[in-house]
Design a protein around this ligand. Structure first.
Ligand code: TYD
Ligand code: MG
Length: 413
């Protein structure tokens, strides 16, 4: 932040100060009362900070921010909900659904005009406010339409100015397009203090929130939520649920993933079928498409499993999105199992096979971070020994252990 108070001629030189001479108080964080959200934020909301929450429509951004404000309000904080998208009546109906009675005590305005929003912030001076969404605010002096890059940037800059001056923490909601890009809001990432991404499939129950940028904490935290009838509920036993639901059928495997600094077991499924299309279909949910393409290429080149004439579907069960290089091996084993039509060999016949590891381009398995913690989580559910890079140096070795065949055959081209 700029040095305040020092009135000086424009353009005059200033004297630099050694960092140790600068006063920096550690702010008390404002707890949102939602443990998973607080930890993603690095311990709660920093007063006066600007947090961008991105996510696809319907994922639960308004629900999450309303729940956070309700808890803050309950804790005696001054709050304000600025809706530029829904009417006050719609927000009330949402608040009524939530399990928190204090949701109905949140002061709200439904307003799209940026000048009015800024004036209201100056007058009300809340400690925490939600702006839902940044794309629907409109700055009258700009001719472009709401949601355009210049409008979104103008809205964010003006809100940031009041927020920093009056120490208002702002949760800025931004829509992300289906392909995962924060279209308009992406231009805001360098401006704001913290960027949270809310991910998952709208039709599914599970959602993850993770920090992709955080000036006040690590970006390795992530939280898992479930959308219920009375709002979002934190899922604290996600591994147990996913493991108990894992099918152990051909094409299924359990991945020991890391969700931030926390291990999480999820089921990865694959289906492979002869394709009628050129090029064949690659339908991927929950993991990165490009990683899947790489895995398929490595399977073809280094394991003799050619999929050039096959449609391949890969899915992380439950709607969780995994951003973890350790997912490569799970995708490879699930696809190989699907091609062969056999269940993978697990340590115990009544449990699914667990694995993790990054795939190198030469067919080697590469270590990924937190190997011990992943194995410890697998052990908790009786899934060890798991297949990992330290026990299996190559994809071939992993396939031999999981499928048994020395030379897995190619799907007929
Ligand atoms: P919403 O928060 O409006 O999503 P976003 O602001 O990201 O567009 O809510 C998303 C969906 O969640 C909506 O279809 C309704 C559903 N929902 C529930 O299932 N339970 C609830 O308690 C609430 C409030 C919403
Ligand atoms: Mg919304």
């Amino acid at each position: 932040m700029l040095v305040r108070g020092a009135r000086r001629r424009r353009g005059a030189a200033v004297r630099p100060v050694e960092l140790r001479a600068i006063r920096a108080e550690r702010d008390q964080r404002l707890s949102t009362g939602i443990g998973e959200l607080d930890s993603v934020l690095g311990g709660g909301i920093v007063p006066g900070s600007l947090v961008l929450i991105g996510g696809a429509p319907g994922i639960g951004k308004s629900t999450l921010t309303t729940m956070a404000l309700a808890n803050l309000r309950e804790a005696g904080r001054r709050t304000l909900y600025i809706s530029a998208e829904e009417s006050a009546a719609q927000i009330r109906l949402r608040a009524e659904r939530l399990a928190q009675p204090s949701a109905l005590a949140i002061p709200v305005i439904a307003e799209t005009d940026l000048d009015t929003v800024v004036a209201t912030l100056e007058q009300e001076r809340p400690e925490v406010c939600v702006v839902d969404s940044v794309q629907t605010l409109h700055a009258g002096e700009l001719s472009s339409a709401a949601g355009s890059v210049s409008q979104v940037r103008e809205a964010a800059v003006r809100i940031m100015r009041v927020a920093k001056a009056l120490r208002i923490a702002v949760l800025l909601v931004g829509h992300v397009t289906k392909d995962g890009t924060l279209a308009g809001p992406r231009v805001l990432e360098h401006l704001v203090d913290c960027v949270l991404q809310f991910e998952g499939e709208r039709e599914r129950t599970y959602r993850t929130v993770r920090a992709v940028k955080n000036r006040f904490g690590s970006t390795s935290e992530a939280g898992v939520f479930e959308m219920r009838d009375h709002g979002l509920v934190e899922v604290l036993d996600a591994s147990a649920r996913f493991v108990s639901e894992a099918t152990r059928a051909p094409g299924s495997v359990v991945l020991c993933a890391m969700e931030g600094s926390r291990p999480l077991l999820v089921e990865v499924q694959a289906l492979v079928s002869r394709s009628e299309l050129v090029p064949p279909r690659r339908v991927v949910t929950g993991v990165d498409r490009n990683r899947v393409a790489l895995v398929l290429a490595v399977l073809g080149r280094h394991a003799g499993i050619g999929l050039g004439a096959a449609d391949v579907f890969v899915n992380v069960v439950g709607g969780v999105r995994i951003e973890d290089p350790g997912a490569d091996l799970a995708v490879a084993l699930a696809v190989a199992g699907a091609v062969k039509g056999v269940p993978l060999t697990a340590a115990r016949a009544d449990r699914p096979l667990a694995c993790f590891g990054e795939l190198g381009l030469t067919g080697e398995l590469r270590n990924v971070a937190h190997g011990e913690r992943r194995l410890a989580e697998a052990e908790k559910f009786g899934l060890t020994p798991a297949i990992d890079p330290s026990s299996h140096p190559t994809l071939r070795a992993a396939l031999t252990a999981a499928i048994g065949a020395k030379r897995p055959s190619a799907i007929a081209a």
